[in-house]
Design a protein around this ligand. Structure first.
Ligand code: FAD
Length: 321
């Protein structure tokens, strides 16, 4: 019978995103048997110590070509070829852009159910996994169970704690079946897009601007606040659509889903589609000159005022601390 948890993720120069450590902790807490980590590309094996620190029992590194360049179909086919040998009960992915691209393709090949963007996982008395995930643009939290033999989940970053649980991982040598045909579309270049000082989906503090900012050049006010806070900068969708900021800033139902400790919504009205992307924030601070703006209904702290006065003063106050 299938057992254990397979955690699949990307890495860059031997570094993994924090969500990977969170997922390893989730995998251990499920207590369904061994935890196997699978990652790809140049320097993948440099993650070994980190994976051991967070409780991986077994690791699998596919470092050589064709795994140096990401390919949705190529990676999915290769992983599917080793799943029968690994025989996991559960497969976990980060709910990152990479995980969102790869996990549905693998689920289809394995004929497995997939619950995406889960906040937490637990096991029931039959050792099946129950996932809690947002539905209807974050209006409800649903508990879902997957009935296929392999249960797949992607996990939202910044929700679960990463707790060390040291192990000495065994490095497995299992070679996938590689079909050259499926590596047709590959990533040929990787460019880092700067969004404040950190990646939005992993940021602890986010300073986000909406149409109330009025013009692209006024975003420097938010950059300055973000700088003193060590925060990432985000935006509502119209601001990105108008080209005031890159699309990588766009948060919401059709953009990034974020879960920081503190989310500053500045000149953002609080439309349902925006709230869908920020409902995982622990604290929401709203700055808006309209006391009736819907954002105040979800904000933990609200400042009713003109952002062009409030934001520079806030920046100066924080800088002087
Ligand atoms: P507005 O709604 O125009 O709000 C601007 C706010 O700034 C107002 O509340 C105003 O009081 C305040 N303001 C103005 N001047 C000042 C000032 N000087 N000081 C302080 N406050 C000021 N939106 C998203 O954000 N993300 C999504 O993913 C997304 N997906 C969508 C998907 C669909 C299918 C659709 C139909 C819409 C989607 N939208 C999304 C758009 C969404 O419905 C809203 O139109 C959008 O979120 C509004 O952006 P905003 O709050 O920046 O602008």
């Amino acid at each position: 019978m299938s057992s254990g948890v397979l955690v699949i993720f990307d890495q860059n120069q031997g570094q993994v995103r924090h969500v990977v450590l969170e997922i390893l902790t989730v995998a251990r807490n499920l207590a369904l048997g061994s935890v196997t980590a699978l990652t790809f590309g140049t320097d993948a094996s440099k993650t070994l110590n980190m994976l051991g620190e967070y409780g991986a029992d077994q690791v699998l590194f596919w470092e050589q070509d064709p795994f140096t360049r990401y390919s949705s179909d190529g990676f999915a086919d290769a992983i599917a070829s080793v799943v029968p040998e690994l025989d996991p009960a559960v497969i976990l992915f980060p709910a990152s852009a990479w995980g969102k691209d790869l996990s549905p393709r693998l689920a289809e090949l394995l004929n497995a159910g997939l619950a995406t963007d889960c906040l937490s996982l637990r096991t029931n008395e039959e050792n099946r996994v129950i996932a809690t995930r947002p539905m209807y643009a974050g209006k409800v939290l649903a508990e879902v169970q997957i009935d296929t033999p392999i249960q797949m989940f992607s996990i939202r970053p910044n929700i679960n704690a990463a707790v060390p649980s040291p192990t000495t991982p065994v490095v497995l040598d299992i070679a996938p079946v590689i079909s050259e045909d499926s590596f047709k579309a590959v990533v040929t270049e990787r460019r880092e897009v700067q969004s404040g000082v950190q990646e939005l989906t992993e940021a602890d503090i986010i300073v986000s601007g909406g149409r109330g900012i009025k013009a692209a050049e006024n975003f420097k006010l938010l950059d300055q606040l973000a700088e003193v806070l060590g925060a990432a900068v985000g935006s509502s969708r119209p601001v990105a659509d108008d080209g005031w900021v890159p699309h990588s800033y766009h948060i919401g139902q059709t953009g990034k889903v974020v879960s920081p400790t503190v989310y500053f919504a500045i000149g953002i009205s609080g439309a349902i589609q925006h709230l869908a992307g920020i409902s995982g924030s622990k604290y929401i601070v709203a700055i808006n000159n309209d006391p009736e703006a819907p954002i105040f209904k979800v904000a933990n702290y609200g400042i009713v005022g003109d952002l062009f006065q409030v934001v520079p003063r806030l920046t100066e106050e924080i800088r002087s601390l």
